[in-house]
Design a protein around this ligand. Structure first.
Ligand code: 13P
Length: 303
């Protein structure tokens, strides 16, 4: 099956199934191109909550499709690749969080959306990389248990100095591949370039950056900047939109290892099979969903 056939079939099936295709900024270029909405985690959560289509095909990883189901329980939510997970989300279980909560009973629990539905269900509020600072600032508590990303927790702690942030020791394995040597090399090779990074990078990488933001914030920064060259410290998928937005600008990936294997599992043929066979449907037990919904809705209301 060639790409043209798959694209035509996907467009036909999309109408037949009354489906909306959501794709994360890290998806393969050809998958981004057939999506109705491409965005960061926050934009996709909102789109999932607002869509009027009967079916949501979520081209991303499991926790994202789960969030869509939590927010839109009456829709059929499909994930084209059933093995697309997130090691960061898997780095904390509900049981581990419950033990942690007992150590800090006075703390508010804020969980990054890169977490399971069960973890969201025992958290007070969720956040994404684009609203983490706002969500923490909005907290009435001076003590925050922030799970599971220690790098995002560190970034937030720098921005919000009047709260104690207790991080969980999880991290994104893709962003963790960036080394200080990568930064030195990239900045030596491209001295005029601005360096844009995701808050999931470690502190030693972040402190060399000109801008820190979510995937969409990085894409928008490059589009609106007068700069002509950019070193990009996040997953390779963002380059697709950046090059489309600004073909005259130069983009250099900070490390050739910035490829998320899970995000790259979804190919065009998987999107086609997903619509054709209505696979793989995402389910969240109702008792978990109701509690996790509270955490996601609170986040969305802070916007
Ligand atoms: P964004 O919300 O910035 O798109 O991040 C999602 C993610 O999983 C980054 O690794």
């Amino acid at each position: 099956m060639d790409d043209l056939f798959l694209v035509n079939e996907i467009n036909r099936l999309k109408i037949e199934r009354d489906a909306c295709i959501l794709a994360h900024n890290y998806q393969l270029p050809e998958v981004q191109d057939i999506a109705d909405i491409v965005g960061d985690s926050l934009a996709l959560s909102k789109a999932a909550a607002e869509t009027t289509n009967k079916v949501i095909v979520f081209c991303g990883v499991k926790f994202m499709a789960e969030s869509a189901k939590i927010l839109s329980p009456d829709k059929t939510v499909l994930i084209p690749s059933k093995y697309a997970g997130c090691p960061l989300a898997d780095s904390i279980t509900k049981e581990q969080l419950e033990i942690e909560k007992k150590k800090y009973p006075e703390a508010e629990v804020i969980c990054y959306v890169n977490s399971s539905a069960e973890v969201k269900a025992v958290s007070d509020v969720s956040c994404t990389s684009s609203n983490a600072v706002k969500v923490v600032q909005n907290s009435k508590s001076n003590k925050i248990l922030f799970v599971p990303d220690e790098n995002l927790a560190g970034y937030v702690a720098e921005q919000v100095s009047d709260k104690e942030i207790i991080p969980w020791a999880g991290h994104c394995i893709t962003h963790a591949r960036i080394t200080v040597d990568d930064v030195i090399k990239a900045q030596e090779e491209h001295p005029e370039a601005e360096m844009l990074v995701h808050p999931e990078v470690s502190e030693e990488i972040r402190e060399n950056a000109d801008f820190v933001g979510s995937t969409s914030a990085i894409i928008n920064y490059a589009k609106n900047s007068d700069g002509k060259e950019f070193i990009i410290g996040t997953e390779i998928g963002v380059l697709h939109k950046m090059k489309k937005d600004s073909p005259e600008k130069q983009f250099y990936l900070l490390s050739p290892r910035l490829v998320c294997e899970n995000m790259k599992m979804t190919r065009l043929v998987d999107v086609y099979n997903s619509l054709m066979n209505m696979q793989y449907e995402v389910f969240v037990p109702e008792n978990v969903r109701i509690k996790a919904l509270g955490s996601l809705e609170k986040m969305i209301s802070i916007e």
